[in-house]
Design a protein around this ligand. Sequence first.
Ligand SMILES: Nc1ncnc2c1ncn2[C@@H]1O[C@H](COP(=O)(O)OP(=O)(O)OP(=O)(O)O)[C@@H](O)[C@H]1O
Ligand SMILES: [Mg+2]
Length: 614
Amino acid sequence: MTDSFPRTPPPGGNRPPFDPARITRARLLAYLSPQRFSFAVTVLSGIGAGLAPLALLSGWSFLLTAVWGTSPMMESLLPDWPRPLAYAALGALLPALMLVRGGLVALHRQGLFQAGHQILHGLRSDLFANLMRQSTGFYQPAKTGELIQLLFHQTRLVQSGATRLLDAATLQATSVLGIVGFLLLRDWGYAVGSLLLLCAALPLVRSFRERTRQTAATEEADTAAHVRATQEVLGGIRLVKTLARERSEQERFLRADLRTLAHAAQGHRATALTAPLLASLAVVGLAAGLVYAKLTAMSPAQFLVLNTALAALCPPLRALSQTRSQLEPMLTACAKVFEFIDRKPEVCDAEDATPLQQPRGEIILSGVRFAYPEAPQDALRDCSAIFRPGRVHALAGWPGSGKSTLLSLILRFHDPRDGSISLDGTDLRQITQDSLRNHITVVNQDLFLFRDTIRNNILYGRPNASEDEVIAAAQRASAHEFILDLPGGYDAVVGEPGCILSGGRQQRIALARAFLRQAPILLLDDTYFSLDPESEQKIEAAIDELCRGKTVIAIPHRLSSLLKADEIFVLDAGQIVDSGRHEELLARCEVYRQLCERHFRAPDLATPATMATL
Ligand SMILES: Nc1ncnc2c1ncn2[C@@H]1O[C@H](COP(=O)(O)OP(=O)(O)OP(=O)(O)O)[C@@H](O)[C@H]1O
Ligand SMILES: [Mg+2]
């Protein structure tokens, strides 16, 4: 047992090279170290239960010898007792021993369950904690399934493997050692012969088991693909229906289902054949044993005792060989789980980072260069800019010019490769990430709502806000009135019957969340949504109010929004090529002129409703 081995590596520390044996020995045990007493009880009760068959076999042998012949020990132990009564008294010892063994096994199993549970819970919490620490670049839709699999399936594999390993190393190993020792002491010739026969049968059993394992692996892979494809179809159900592909999807589902079931049946056949095969081998062994008994003039009592011992040897042997086959998937799962637990986030808090206190909101970029990991070229190059409190700044540029990247650097989702970004004169790297983001409100297209009450969805912006503040935020986002009309009002659960919200209403709730944050910096990305005119007008007015008095950096998608900005920064292929007001830029910046002509459409100017934004 080790508690010197950390469950998670020290931040920024260099990890030793990955070593599966080290993991099983030390890192998994580290999850059990808080409960070392219950762990010790589990180990000891396992060893005790493993040794119990030895006592049972000895008692059984004693009794049989006494029944079939004369036992000097019986004479000395109970000299004056009538024989039947003496046998009954000794016979009663066996169920008593069985009871003790049963108690020890139960204690051991309960301990194993707790240990497995602790490992599972520890792994899952470490995994999830590190998942939460990762920078946003890490999360991609394609990775979600893999992460869910890691969190729920791989950890279960580790849990079951670890408990089996613990069981094998204590109860099963002690049982095998005890019984083999007993057999050797009673009749080493019979013992060696039977063990050789068992060893000869092992390759046969193993080949059957290997077949079962392979079909199980194929079945698992098939099921995973089947689940993934079904998830995709359900996620894209609108497309399926629009293109009238229901029937073909149904056929695809049935085909995949039949394939999975066929593999399951193959595995079942292999398992079903193993038992009769082993029974036949046992009969062969018994016949050979009878020949040996005849040749050595073995007593019936001795024969019965030896075969009882051999029968008792089979379950722990089977458990040990199954553990061996489980070890590999468990180590693979361990490798994946620990690899992720050890994964360092792209952005970490510096050791001397301090929390941000009431910032004014002046953001200065000086010579910022940034490239995404594995990207061939820089997403931002030599960017310098000043974003001042109380002013609205707009970023304008062709798709891919680096506008969103610039906002994510301000949020410290990534750090610049060169140059720096400061807030009120302090480099962002010297500020704790939590406190920085607590002073920034982001409004973008991902206005995600949880399947929770409207109140909790708004409170997600600032969980300690009062009821009055929630209502005030909803009023400012023009959401209060329609929320009151919903059955349940603020307690209505988003997505449930009666609370299926239109896009515009969802956005207004998300805006109420933004109002509640009261952060001095506001980042607006992709805030153009195709909505009904009423919602659009209300949202624009709400955003207008949200911008007031803050450092606003917006990525507008309408010319009307650009016109309202105090300063526009023009980005071209990751560089800020110019900045100023609309008229100035139109007069001197070719990129900007082309953007206005081709990207920001002129008809937009003609819609009075869209003029009010920013
Ligand atoms: N996660 C990523 N990994 C690698 N490259 C990325 C990633 N995100 C963006 N890029 C690249 O960085 C560059 C800038 O992208 P960014 O999303 O900042 O542009 P944008 O101006 O916001 O574009 P749009 O107007 O389409 O939203 C692009 O070349 C893009 O392909
Ligand atoms: Mg973008």
